[in-house]
Design a binder for this molecule. Structure first.
Ligand code: AMP
Length: 461
């Protein structure tokens, strides 16, 4: 065995389906996030931050046991006993919901939750949990909330499909707040955000699932239409037939897709009220000069959607072409034990937006000043002046140890794009001064230590 092999140390790699956002790309992320925050505030939305993991049952109950996300993609947090020990209140609650077996109230502390936690696969469930828990309904008639952050799904990674990805999402939740105008406003906000990020040429698809009863009607109609054709569909679709027939319409398998494309639907499964609501949503969207395409096959795989559902589809993204999606979910808040609040929202996928806008070049961030110190004594002084300059909010840096030559330090200053270089040698140390060199003109001036901050501030105005 070679010596080289013995000394080989395992190098760790990034987990599959995740990505490092390096400093060179972070500027693109910052730009998306800050543009989003500006627009969201203009539309009256406030930020909410919820944990990245929640009780696994929250996801199961909100998204539905039959959804792919819950069925195949939930990333469970290891059931560490000290983490999932329940409080008495939680244990009582679980007991009352029939979720606990062998419940012994004498031993409630340290009793393990039989549910455990999962990393959030999307943002809505956590926001709704927080809305209910913090009684936001008592504080405002309509809570307009937005979030941004990582989501986790155990997917098969491919271009545009990750296991850790990021969403920017909004939720407008309020008791008795259902209004076609609010649906249209939320859709318009999604369009505005995508435009602000630099996207054009994306399509807005829209459909209505109607009420819970309308959905039930639709699933009966769908099962009826598909019954004799089922053998032509993939295994996944065949199992979706009983569990969640809507998901068949979403199948990405080319053979299934072709068969679905050949089917024809309209909105006849919707009640007259649901049809009128949907018409009103589309008219309101049109009144804002936004084009949308009615797609009766747009369903959304999660149980909680009712009435309006929509998707933003981008060009040039290959098979993962959804930039964002959302819809109305009127029953979810009350289903999770909250008030009778209606809600509508969407989430945009940040990685997909970035893929779609392409590599962005950002002007390099230039340093205002760079300290050049000649010799150890001067370095010690420069170290303090550097700190002083920074405290006055002028960006400044220097070599991280003494001993560098004038030439090497000037090279460093140049590399960092410093506008001014402050040179401190033996002579300047004696005179309590620095030589300030303007890097674009080459002009130099001798400035006292006391005046250097004021001097830089004036020059940098
Ligand atoms: P969904 O919650 O599935 O409706 O997703 C909303 C948006 O998040 C999608 O339109 C995508 O832009 C993005 N998204 C969802 N899943 C992933 C994923 N696995 N990887 C990257 N982006 C995703």
């Amino acid at each position: 065995m070679s010596l080289q092999f013995i000394h080989m140390i395992k190098q760790f790699s990034i987990p599959r389906g995740t990505s490092d956002i390096l400093p060179s790309t972070v500027l693109s992320w910052e730009s998306i996030e800050s543009k989003a925050k500006d627009i969201l505030k203009i539309y009256g939305y406030s930020e909410i931050r919820t944990p990245i993991y929640e009780d696994i049952n929250l996801f199961k109950r909100s998204m539905g046991q039959t959804s792919d996300v819950v069925n195949k993609q939930l990333l469970e947090v290891l059931n560490n006993p000290s983490w999932v020990a329940m409080t008495k209140k939680e244990a009582d609650e679980y007991q009352s919901q029939g979720l606990l077996k062998n419940y012994d109230p004498q031993k409630e502390m340290g009793l393990l939750s039989e549910s455990g936690y999962a990393l959030r696969p999307e943002g809505t469930a956590g926001v709704v949990r927080s809305y209910i828990e913090n009684r936001l309904d008592a504080k405002e008639t309509l809570s307009k909330l937005f979030y941004m952050g990582p989501m986790f799904r155990g997917e098969r990674p491919q271009k545009g499909r990750l296991r850790q990805f990021h969403q920017i999402g909004v939720e407008a939740i309020g008791v008795d707040s259902a209004s076609p105008y609010l649906d249209a406003e939320v859709i318009a906000l999604g369009v505005r955000l995508l435009q602000e990020f630099g996207l054009s040429g994306f399509k807005l698809k829209i459909n209505s699932l109607g009420t819970k009863e309308d959905k039930e009607n639709f699933s009966i109609i769908l099962r009826h239409i598909l019954k004799d054709k089922l053998s032509d569909f993939c295994d996944d679709c065949r199992s979706r037939y009983d569990r969640n027939v809507f998901r068949i319409l979403d199948c990405k398998n080319p053979a299934c897709k072709q068969k679905i494309d050949a089917l024809e639907f309209d909105d006849s499964h919707l009640s007259a009220e649901s049809q009128a609501y949907f018409r009103h949503v589309r008219e309101s969207v049109a009144s804002l000069s936004i084009a949308c395409e009615y797609d009766p096959k747009l369903v959304r795989g999660l149980d909680y959607y009712t009435h309006t559902v929509f998707e933003f589809v981008g060009g040039g993204l290959g098979s993962q072409d959804a930039l964002g999606a959302g819809g109305r979910y009127n029953g979810l808040v009350s289903d999770l034990g909250g008030p009778a609040a209606d809600a509508v929202g969407f989430a945009l996928g940040v990685e997909r937006v970035l893929l779609s806008v392409g590599e962005q070049t950002h002007p390099e961030k230039k340093l205002d000043a760079f300290m050049v110190a000649l010799g150890e004594t001067a370095y010690r002084r420069a170290f303090v002046i550097n700190d002083f300059v920074r405290k006055s909010n002028v960006s400044c840096d220097m070599a991280h140890r003494p001993g560098g030559s004038m030439k090497s330090q000037m090279r460093l200053a140049d590399k960092r794009g410093a506008k001014y270089v402050l040179i401190l040698g033996e002579e300047e140390e004696k005179n309590h001064s620095v030589i300030v060199k303007n890097m674009s003109t080459g002009d130099q001036e001798i400035i006292g230590w006391d005046e250097v901050v004021e001097y830089l501030r004036n020059k940098l105005k």
